[in-house]
Design a protein around this ligand. Structure first.
Ligand SMILES: [Zn+2]
Length: 228
């Protein structure tokens, strides 16, 4: 629509055509110098940084022990993976699979897929299988339940303190941080990425059409285009 390409200055009401901005650029009103809007890559930067931080925290949360229990001088530690192994060996395979999917597999798929599309779009191109990856993100998002797991661990700690000495380990803090990071990551609207990808595709098509027209004009005027 024509209106989509127009923007009015908030300060002086002047109407402008929306130009496409480069990375980290700001569009300013030429009359009063007020900022009209920023480039989309600027909007993607904070969420991109948060996703990378969440991925690193996720690896810490999975790799380190969550708790250390001390009862009558006997100390035992467990990580999430260790807890899954115990569930599996105790004939609770369904629970083990559910915990594995909701706390490891789906959050990991969401973070990796989000990072894949964010980094590509930020670099200025639409990655292969963009639509499938975006649908995968929307599919796995409701199934990631790190916050529920965190709540379960906290309740367990409170109940266990009367039976044993409970020492929180690195992964517990990592899970706490991850819960907050996920809360920020899910505020990001995937629609923004669809919009940016749409703009990039239109821009590429326009460039290709212009290139074809230029080649046709050069051929018509008798000058062959240079190869390479
Ligand atoms: Zn203005």
């Amino acid at each position: 629509m024509e209106q989509d390409r127009l923007i009015a200055c908030h300060d002086c009401d002047a109407l402008f055509q929306k130009p496409r901005l480069g990375r980290r650029r700001l569009a300013r009103c030429p009359r009063c110098k007020a900022v009209l809007y920023g480039s989309t890559s600027g909007r993607l930067d904070p969420i991109c940084a948060m996703t990378i931080a969440a991925l690193i925290t996720f690896l810490i949360a999975q790799g380190f022990p969550i708790l250390e229990l001390n009862t009558n001088g006997i100390t035992s530690q467990t990580s999430l993976f260790g807890a899954l192994q115990v569930l599996w060996s105790e004939d609770m395979q369904v629970v083990a699979v559910m915990v594995f999917c909701s706390t490891m597999l789906f959050p990991l798929i969401e973070l990796v897929a989000l990072l894949y599309v964010l980094l590509s779009v930020r670099a200025g191109f639409v990655p292969p299988a963009f639509h499938q990856v975006m649908r995968a993100i929307q599919f796995v998002r409701p199934w990631g339940m790190i916050e529920v797991f965190m709540l379960g661990v906290l309740v367990t700690i409170v109940k266990m303190t009367s039976l044993a000495r409970v020492i929180p380990e690195a992964a517990l803090f990592a899970f706490g941080a991850l819960t907050l990071m996920f809360a920020v990551v899910v505020t990001f609207e995937p629609r923004t990425l669809w919009d940016v990808a749409d703009t990039l595709t239109k821009h590429k098509t326009r460039q290709a059409r212009r290139r074809t027209q230029r080649v046709a004009q050069q051929r018509a005027s008798g000058t062959a285009p240079r190869q390479g």
